[in-house]
Write a protein that binds this ligand. Structure first.
Ligand SMILES: O=C(O)C(=O)C[C@@H](O)[C@H](O)[C@H](O)COP(=O)(O)O
Length: 347
């Protein structure tokens, strides 16, 4: 399957095909140097499959995990690109998950003021969400994605076969982002999560298509693209508060959605789906600590923040609210959860 992201002057194809890793060299022009950025958690067989199709490529491996998504690691990658004599005509190819893609894309965005970037996502999370749309970034301390650029890839190559080496936790965390996509935009996608076995290929294709659509509509997040932030306001804060490597990004997004669901029946349905996926219950940090992180959110202005709420599956809603509204929501969920635990203890 091939989708096209139509953006003026810098549109690109997304290939979703089993086995497409072996054909990477047909999708990426090979008459130049390519720096393959990957991480040490990615099985060598996937990296080598791509490398074998790209003559003139070399591999830079970063440590896996959010802890690598920083300026220091980025500098190391850029130094290796410079040492290899890469020019403006050369390209960066990410083979990895969201951290790897975001960091490699940012390297491509700034190296010699911008060179070509190709993304080959190898996790569910990066396949359904982060590989499409051109958000590249690194963290600053525990502040997520605070330094970055919009830099669209030249192509995205999604091979669902690579998911065979992922552990269940990574798969569940990635599917959380797909569930997010359904909750804000597509009730039919939410319904797919009720099926057994889960139609993973269909979930990926449908999520990618939704992402394509919203990026075409609002490339630089001036409006509707902010819907994709559902679950992220509190989710990013939880990630920061517990330390960036304590929980997976998708796990925190799943936890963060709970504060922004506005209907109890839907909340119960989502809780059931999260349980089915095996997503963990993440303890909610102190409200003041969360609020401190939320103040640094990119969707924050003076004393106000844009939040995404969902009252009905498929209908995400953006609203600009005072900070205290987020505090109120956190407190309300904490109280409700405490009540649920007490009830459970009495049963
Ligand atoms: O592509 C987008 O737009 C998204 O918001 C997708 C998010 O799921 C993703 O985690 C993104 O990196 C978060 O963006 P940020 O702007 O909150 O850093």
């Amino acid at each position: 399957m091939k989708l096209n992201v139509n953006l003026p002057g810098h549109g690109y194809p997304i290939y979703i095909e089993r086995g497409s890793l072996t054909a990477a060299g047909q999708r990426i022009p090979v008459h130049r140097r390519t720096c393959i950025v990957t991480d040490d958690g990615i099985p060598a067989k996937w990296v080598n499959t791509v490398k074998d199709t790209l003559p003139g490529s070399f591999v830079v491996t970063i440590p896996h995990g959010e802890g690598s998504k920083n300026l220091a690691t980025m500098q190391q990658v850029l130094e290796q690109m410079a040492e290899a004599g890469m020019t403006r005509k050369d390209a960066v190819v990410a083979v990895g998950g969201g951290v790897c893609g975001d960091l490699a894309g940012f390297c491509a965005a700034v190296y010699m003021r911008g060179i070509d970037f190709y993304n080959i996502p190898t996790t569910v999370l990066s396949q359904v969400d982060s590989s499409v749309g051109g958000k590249t970034a690194v963290d600053l301390g525990s502040l997520k994605n605070i330094i970055g650029a919009f830099w669209q890839p030249k192509a995205v190559i999604i091979d669902p076969d690579v998911l065979s080496t992922l552990d269940d936790r990574q798969i569940a965390a990635g599917l959380a982002e797909a569930l997010k996509m359904g909750l804000i935009l597509d009730p039919g996608l939410v319904d797919l999560f009720e099926q057994d076995p889960l139609p993973v290929d269909e979930i990926i294709a449908r999520s990618v298509d939704l992402k394509r659509m919203i990026v075409e509509e609002d490339e630089k997040e001036q409006g509707r693209r902010a819907l994709l932030n559902f679950g992220h306001t509190v989710g990013h804060a939880m990630e920061g508060a517990w330390g960036l490597d304590a929980w997976l990004h998708g796990e925190c997004v799943a936890a963060g959605m709970d504060f922004m669901l506005e209907d109890d029946t839907l909340r119960a349905r989502v809780a059931g789906l999260k349980q089915k996926l095996g997503l963990p219950e993440i303890p909610v940090p102190e409200t003041d600590v969360l609020m401190d992180y939320i103040r640094h959110d990119k969707k924050t202005g003076d004393a106000h923040i844009t939040i995404v709420t969902v009252a009905e599956a498929g209908k995400g809603r953006l609203s600009r609210v005072p900070f205290d509204e987020v505090r109120r929501r956190i407190e309300a969920r904490k109280q409700a959860a405490a009540g649920e635990h007490t009830e459970a203890a009495h049963e």
